[in-house]
Structure formats: structure tokens, C-alpha cells
Design a protein around this ligand. Structure first.
Ligand SMILES: C[S@@+](CC[C@H](N)C(=O)[O-])C[C@H]1O[C@@H](n2cnc3c(N)ncnc32)[C@H](O)[C@@H]1O
Length: 164
């Protein structure tokens, strides 16, 4: 594969300017046919690779940029549009997010960048960062109530040991 960017849980690719960017490997554990979920509003999840971010089918150090925007809601109706768009965290979400971070850093090249997005509407960012093996470099808040965090990480050689 000749792609150096991966989005490990792309969903409907809402935040991508070019949703068909050929430099990006789009992944998700769901595939949802394009359908009208609300009059005039369409949604689909059509990953290049259907896979689980806790067990990614990619080589160590394969990507220069990893994008990780996991579901952030535990309490949400299974049939709600929020759940359709963002997915849902299950009871064992601590293990899932921790393994997700580990996999993101495993497939990231040395000096590669991880962009992580988190909406702290139900789970505080602090709790999520305690599951991450690397500290973020910087971040930014946006969205309603400033509750959406965008964080930037880099994989440094001296941190790789701790990721084994
Ligand atoms: C917050 S949404 C991503 C939204 C996306 N960034 C966008 O711009 O539209 C989270 C996505 O993670 C996916 N997901 C949930 N658990 C996953 C897992 N274990 N492995 C891969 N994808 C997962 C969901 O299916 C959902 O599409």
C-alpha cells in the first residue's frame, strides 16, 4: 500500500475536506449503505478497510499521520442519529480506547503525528488521556461549550519502548 495517512475510524468522513483523498486509508468497523436519514440529509460509512482499531491489520510504523476520532458517547440510543453518525462506546470502553491508542502508535512511524479528537460531553478528556501512553504536544478546543478537543501527538524514538 502506498498511503501514508490513515483515519482509523472514519465514519461518514464529515471532517475531511476531500472525502475521497487517495492518500488516506479510510477505516471503520462499520459499513453503512448510503441512505436518507432525515429528509434531504444523507449518510454513509464506506471504509476502504473494515477493521477494528483495537487490532489494526497494518504494519508497525507504516503511516506518517494517524487520525483517531473514536466514539465518545456511552449513553445514547442505539437507533438515534447521534449513534448512527458517531457510533457508541460499550461498557468496556476503557480497554477499547487504551488498545486503540496503542494500535495508533504502533502503526505510526517514528516522528509521525497522531491527531486525536475528543468531545467531552460524557467522559472528561483527563480520563481519556490517562489511557494514552504518550503525552499530547498541544491542543485546541472548539464546538458547542468548547467541549470538542483536538490534540496533536508525535511518536518520539525514546517513547517507543514504553509502547511495547
Ligand atoms: C466519532 S465517529 C467518527 C466521525 C468521523 N471522524 C467523521 O468525520 O465523520 C467514530 C467512528 O468510530 C467507529 N468505531 C467505533 N468503534 C470502532 C472500532 N473498535 N474500530 C473501528 N472503528 C470503530 C464508529 O463506527 C464511528 O463511525
Amino acid at each position: 500500500m502506498n498511503k501514508f495517512i490513515i483515519d482509523v475510524c472514519c465514519g461518514g468522513r464529515m471532517f475531511w475536506f476531500d472525502k475521497q483523498n487517495q492518500n488516506v486509508e479510510f477505516c471503520d468497523n462499520r459499513k453503512i449503505e448510503k441512505h436518507e436519514f432525515y429528509p434531504g440529509r444523507y449518510f454513509e460509512v464506506n471504509p476502504d478497510t473494515v477493521c477494528d482499531f483495537t487490532d489494526l491489520p497494518f504494519k508497525d510504523g507504516q503511516f506518517k499521520l494517524v487520525v483517531f476520532d473514536p466514539p465518545h458517547l456511552v449513553q445514547v440510543g442505539d437507533k438515534s442519529w447521534l449513534s448512527l453518525k458517531y457510533g457508541k462506546l460499550e461498557k468496556e470502553w476503557h480497554t477499547v480506547i487504551k488498545k486503540g491508542f496503542e494500535e495508533c502508535f504502533r502503526i505510526l512511524d517514528i516522528y509521525g503525528v497522531l491527531i486525536f479528537k475528543w468531545s467531552e460531553v460524557q467522559i472528561p478528556l483527563k480520563e481519556i488521556l490517562s489511557l494514552c501512553p504518550v503525552s499530547p504536544l498541544f491542543g485546541n478546543r472548539s464546538g458547542r461549550n468548547n467541549s470538542t478537543h483536538w490534540l496533536c501527538f508525535m511518536k518520539f524514538p525514546d517513547e517507543v519502548k514504553g509502547l511495547d
